[in-house]
Design a protein around this ligand. Structure first.
Ligand code: ADP
Ligand code: MG
Ligand code: MG
Length: 905
């Protein structure tokens, strides 16, 4: 077992590099890479993700034994480079311990800074830096972070406050101080004393003075944090496998809190909200680590132009801005220039927008992190197209840069322009994540979850958010915070989720106890309606109407680029002319599934449907069907017209009849009158239709085969509609689809009825049109006998909802009882009704396609289940050689992009 577990970096050298993310985590791989490209990075080392797995297997003792000699060497390497010593009294080497998974995960352990300090080392640091205040500030931060993160002092619930913050507040109050920066050295010394006392009281043990004990504690805490509830939830949300593990980075400290010539900040090489190619970010003078994003002080902008934009939004005058909140460009021009050079270098190197962390120690710039930045859907599209046009990336890369699911955000509603003019602005914050949100105010993340469960739309308002709030943020329409900048937790997470967010609305006051939000004297209570504009930062009173967005030029360019590479077509599932038009606007190339029964519920027509179902014999049914014929015909005319020139797959009646009959007495009475029969007779018939297991009962082609007159009527409606349009010069291309067949005989019997009826209509009209007759493959037996079925069927459409249901034996209607538990326990990796189960159900799809084509080489094959709009499933459909996927209208662009990506990779 002498494999390499630790990778060193520092002084322009590194054992790792950017493409080693799986082993070193994203942070570690990029720290190595930055060294290699000549960016100044404090030296350090990365413990691999494999060690995390070993840790979970063998435990702490064993891991310490395995790592011991490598760690000693790695610490020595840091000491040699910076010329100080870990654990030394006079000249102590301090480090940070940072977690770092393959992808960044907000649920993971917080970083511990200034590790290595103790009562002796703090004196050494004070002397060496000639700055006691800095030394004690570093120490009190360390004890606090170590207590919170490693010793578990962080409060578990929202009611409790951080014990350390409480102590800080006490001292501030006693001294009549507002800002942390005003704390004097003696205050900081007092803080350390009280912090340690608190640690002893709560944990029963003394704060560890020995730097090595501190280091091992922090390393193991990182590994432990991989399996915290927060981290697990985040992994579930983002489909990150639990066996990846996290790396640990240990790195020499650089100090942004050494005085007014020091600072710390974060920056983006382009605008993560809009995609605009503009360097931007925030920094704070004399601060350390997370101070910028923690929202304790108002962060300042890096660029002058950004600073002026911020001042305008924050209603700060230019005079005040320049005096109190100057940009880095103004305060430290040489450092600013150096940062600009590095930002360009890193973006060109990675060929993607970078999210940077930096620290300035006494006039020297250090980079502490770079990664491809999270961005909104809009920014993702804009950056891909911009970078393509700039020649930074090629077409295929541009296509692969956009996550298909993220396009969803571009299709989200925006505020109606007229409504927004009338809306009353009650506060203004930063436009942290674009979009429009309207909902009822809640102040706690768990409450947001509760309300959302009751189908309420909520806006979550917090002073600031933290990783504990993830679940609540995820179910909210939008997020509003009183504190924090564009890089605050709320802003970054919201952009990642594609949620509307307004952050740092300074004028609002949130009172958690009273559950109120106050702004400019107006008081809002929990449950009050409020609206957020994530693109302008405005907060409105009440509900504001939203409308569908107009798609920008970049979106169009991206879609045309898709068409250039894609092989599969994308159709839509649509049951109305309006849905068809929307989908066509998004580029749908036909309808893959038109469910005829969905029209039955509109207006008065349900009565005719009910009459057909409740009829006691064929004669009775035919009377009702006659009423339905013109209704269906005109529906089909509308849909064919909207889709003219493109194929429309119409599925014959599919659901159990029992779904349509009236179950309430009022409805039954109505039918009794309509049909001139007694109420009891209606009741008896409704009862006779009840089934033990309707989804496996009298439905699908079993209806048409037992009541052929239904198939006759529907065929007639389809063919007549197509002929009517043909007379007007409009081309309709119907594909008639028989649902739920399990044997080829079921298909043949339906096909005969369809072809005979069509011929009858052609004879009557003395005119013909082309049409296809095919089937849905949704019963495993149909997939197994596909070769036989395809001798008769002209096309297959995989109905993967039912196919999944029947292959797993999970009732879709009852799966809610156990699926969530299965997912939580890891019995299933994903919900098979959302993401196609390629291993099992996929086999039936692949085999059905292959065998079908063995007897009919030009068999058209598509998919029309929910999976047709899910990117991974779309890619699977491409691989098995489908001609098209079909999905709901708003997912058409997503499927188009996924189909193009499938064709590229
Ligand atoms: P996260 O993954 O939450 O971003 P990081 O490990 O990047 O956590 O660190 C949190 C903060 O501490 C960041 O602002 C980072 O720049 C800062 N930091 C981490 N290591 C050092 C260090 N060695 N010197 C100075 N600041 C550091
Ligand atoms: Mg970081
Ligand atoms: Mg079905």
């Amino acid at each position: 077992m002498n494999k390499k577990r630790i990778y060193l970096f520092g002084n322009g050298k590194a054992e790792g590099k950017a493409d080693m993310k799986n082993l070193l985590g994203g942070k570690g791989a990029n720290l190595a890479e930055m060294n290699l490209v000549g960016v100044p990075v404090p030296p350090g080392f990365t413990i691999t993700t494999e060690v995390c797995t070993e840790y979970n297997q063998f435990g702490k003792e064993k891991i310490m034994e395995l790592l011991k000699s490598e760690i000693t060497g790695a610490i020595q390497n840091i000491e040699n480079i910076i010329g100080s010593k870990f654990g030394d009294k006079e000249n102590p080497c301090l480090v940070s311990v940072r977690s770092g998974a393959r992808v960044s995960m907000p649920g993971m352990m917080d970083t511990v800074l200034n590790l290595g300090l103790n009562d002796d080392a703090v004196e050494g640091l004070a002397k060496k830096s000639n700055n006691p205040r800095f030394a004690w500030d570093s120490y009190r931060r360390f004890v606090q972070m170590y207590g919170d993160v490693v010793l578990g002092m962080k409060p578990a619930s929202k009611e409790e406050t951080d014990p350390f913050e409480k102590i800080i507040d006490e001292i501030k109050e006693a001294k009549n101080i507002v800002n942390d920066t005003e704390l004097a050295t003696e205050d900081l010394q007092e803080l350390v004393k009280r912090f340690k006392k608190a640690i002893k009281e709560v944990t029963g043990s003394d704060f560890p003075e020995d730097p090595w004990t501190q280091l091992w504690g922090a390393i193991c805490a990182v590994f432990d944090s991989w399996n915290t509830e927060r981290a697990i939830y985040y992994r579930q949300l983002n489909r990150i496998p639990g066996d990846w593990g996290t790396a640990v980075n240990v790195q020499a400290m650089v100090y942004g809190n050494m005085g007014n010539n020091s600072a710390t900040g974060v920056a983006f090489t382009r605008d993560a909200a809009t995609g605009e190619d503009m360097f931007n970010g925030e920094y704070l003078i004399n601060a350390q680590g997370e101070d910028v994003v923690a929202g304790i002080r108002t962060p300042q902008q890096i660029t002058l132009i950004g600073s002026r934009r911020w001042a305008e939004l924050a209603k700060v005058s230019e005079e005040d801005r320049a005096a109190k909140y100057p940009s880095l460009e103004e305060t430290m021009p040489p450092i600013y220039k150096e940062l600009c050079v590095i930002e360009t270098k890193l973006e060109n190197h990675y060929k993607d927008m970078q999210d940077l962390e930096f620290t300035i120690q006494d006039g020297k710039l250090w980079l502490l992190q770079t990664r491809s930045g999270k961005r909104t859907g809009v920014a993702m599209v804009k950056m891909a197209i911009d970078m393509l046009e700039e020649g930074l990336i090629d077409e295929k890369t541009a296509l692969l840069r956009v996550e298909p699911n993220k396009l969803d955000e571009l299709l989200h509603p925006v505020f109606d322009a007229a409504a927004i003019k009338k809306a009353l602005v009650v506060a203004k914050g930063l436009p942290a994540s674009p979009g429009a949100a309207t909902g009822q105010l809640v102040f706690f993340a768990d409450e947001a979850e509760k309300w959302a469960k009751d189908k309420k739309k909520v806006v979550l308002a917090r002073i600031e958010t933290s990783p504990e709030d993830l679940r609540g943020m995820n179910v909210s329409e939008g997020i509003l915070t009183a504190r924090g900048g564009m890089t605050s937790h709320a802003a970054v997470v919201a952009r990642g989720m594609g949620k509307c967010c307004v952050s740092g609305a300074g004028s609002i006051r949130i009172n958690y106890k009273e559950r109120t939000l106050t702004s400019d004297g107006q008081v809002f209570h929990e449950g009050d309606w409020i609206s957020l504009n994530g693109s302008t930062g405005e907060v409105y009173k009440g509900k504001v109407d939203t409308k569908n967005p107009e798609l920008s030029g970049d979106f169009g360019k991206l879609m045309s680029l898709c068409d250039k590479y894609t092989v599969m077509k994308v159709r839509t599932n649509a049951d109305t002319p309006n849905d068809s038009k929307v989908a066509r606007g998004f580029g749908a190339q036909g309808i893959g599934l038109c469910r005829t029964e969905h029209m039955f519920f509109e207006g008065d027509r349900i009565k005719a449907v009910r009459e057909m179902i409740l009829a006691k014999d064929e004669t009775g049914r035919r009377v009702a069907l006659k009423k339905l014929l013109p209704i269906q015909r005109s529906d089909f005319e509308g849909i064919f017209d909207a889709m003219q020139g493109l194929p429309v797959t119409v599925r014959l009646l599919d659901p159990p009849l029992h779904e349509f009959v009236p179950h309430d007495e009022k409805g039954q009475q109505e039918m009794a009158e309509e049909m001139h029969i007694s109420l009891n007779e209606v009741k008896a018939r409704v009862e006779s239709l009840a089934e033990f297991n309707p989804m496996l009962g009298h439905r699908g082609c079993r209806l048409g085969n037992t009541y052929p007159e239904i198939t006759e009527m529907q065929t007639r409606a389809i063919i007549e509609a197509a002929l009517n349009l043909k007379a007007k010069g409009i081309q309709a291309i119907p594909e008639i689809m028989i649902p739920l067949i399990g044997t080829v005989e079921e298909f043949k019997m339906q096909e005969d009825i369809i072809r005979q009826t069509a011929q009858k209509v052609f004879d009557e009209r003395n005119e013909i049109i082309d049409f296809l007759v095919g089937t849905m493959i949704e019963i495993p037996r149909a997939a197994l006998t596909a070769a036989e079925v395809a001798k008769h069927a002209e096309f297959f459409s995989f109905g993967t909802n039912d196919l999944t249901q029947m292959t797993f034996g999970y009732s879709r209607d009852d799966a809610g009882k156990f699926l969530p538990i299965y997912l939580a326990k890891g019995i299933l990796k994903e919900d098979p009704f959302q993401v196609l189960d390629q291993v099992g159900v996929g086999q039936l799809v692949e085999m059905g396609t292959k065998n079908g084509r063995s007897s009919r080489p030009n068999l058209k094959v598509g998919i029309c289940g929910e999976h047709g709009g899910e990117p991974k499933s779309v890619m699977f459909c491409h691989r098995v050689g489908m001609n098209y996927v079909s999905c709901s209208p708003y997912r058409v662009p997503i499927a188009r992009l996924a189909a193009a990506q499938a064709a590229i990779i």
